[in-house]
Ligand binder design. Structure first.
Ligand code: MF3
Ligand code: CO
Length: 254
């Protein structure tokens, strides 16, 4: 079942989205070579908790941390721990925030220090692929339009698309219907309606698309150990486009 959010619910979801954005900004401030992933997790936990909200991922299906920190060949769902961030690391940070019973979900990838041009392009183009996907969202468009656009953008830029993990609806649950794949065919799948809220989250690889899961039962890595990037926004469908609920704070918003 795909829920349509009321005006009131969308306001609350934007609040959760704003806090998600602010948490990303807070984590970014501390993201430097030498910090551990556990320290970043703690910063996010404290920030979210002090704003009358909860980290959505903590204890979700047994997930043991507040955020996901996935480094280099780790695609998503890296569990924060003792690992120390190094110069040249490609670091994906995924954050879920629940406020007033509504969730928001957003991810960004950073390069810490210097990295080769092809790795910089991987990160830039994955963010761009997300924006291209978002540009397809409006009432009457199909879910397949989003995936087709992301897939084409990725392939045109020499990147592969992880297929096993997909975007999703967001609302009172962090993962709701529908699935939002990062591949597919234009004109196919669910028709978008104003008030639907979806998370779009391309995971693109510099090498091959194949992945595996570590023994921790969470961390997803590339088979060929080449780096991967991940960007995600939660958006609400409108009549003529969408609003990015996890996007930067505009004039007139607190
Ligand atoms: N943004 C991630 C996703 O939608 C959230 C992972 S939730 C976790 O897949 F708790 F399972 F890590
Ligand atoms: Co998500």
């Amino acid at each position: 079942m795909i829920s349509i959010k009321s005006e009131r619910e969308i306001k609350l979801m934007r609040e959760a989205g704003i806090l998600n954005y602010k948490t990303h900004e807070e984590v970014k401030k501390h993201l430097k070579a030498g910090i551990t992933t556990k320290e970043l997790d703690k910063i996010a936990y404290n920030f979210i908790s002090s704003h009358n909200a909860k980290p959505s991922f903590l204890n979700y299906e047994g997930y043991p941390a507040s955020i996901c920190v996935s480094i280099n060949d780790e695609v998503v769902h890296g569990i924060p721990g003792k690992r120390i961030i190094q110069n040249g690391d490609v670091v994906s940070i995924d954050i879920g925030v629940e406020k007033h019973g509504y969730h928001s979900d957003a991810a960004r990838t950073y390069i810490v220090g210097e990295a080769p041009k092809e790795v910089q392009d991987l990160v830039k183009n994955t963010e761009q692929a997300l924006m291209v996907g978002i540009s397809k969202v409006r009432e009457g468009a199909k879910i397949g339009d989003i995936g087709a656009a992301i897939e084409k953008y990725a392939h045109d830029h020499g990147l592969s698309v992880v297929e096993e993990l997909v975007g999703h609806g967001v609302g009172t649950d962090i993962h709701e219907d529908p699935d939002v794949p990062n591949y597919g065919k234009e004109g196919t799948g669910v028709t978008l309606k104003a008030g639907m809220v979806i998370a779009i989250e391309p995971m693109l690889n510099l090498g091959d698309k194949d992945i595996y899961m570590l023994d921790d039962d969470w961390t997803i890595c590339t088979d060929d150990e080449m780096p991967s990037a991940h960007f995600e926004h939660t958006v609400v469908v409108t009549k003529d486009g969408c609003k990015i609920l996890t996007g930067e704070i505009c004039d007139g918003e607190e």
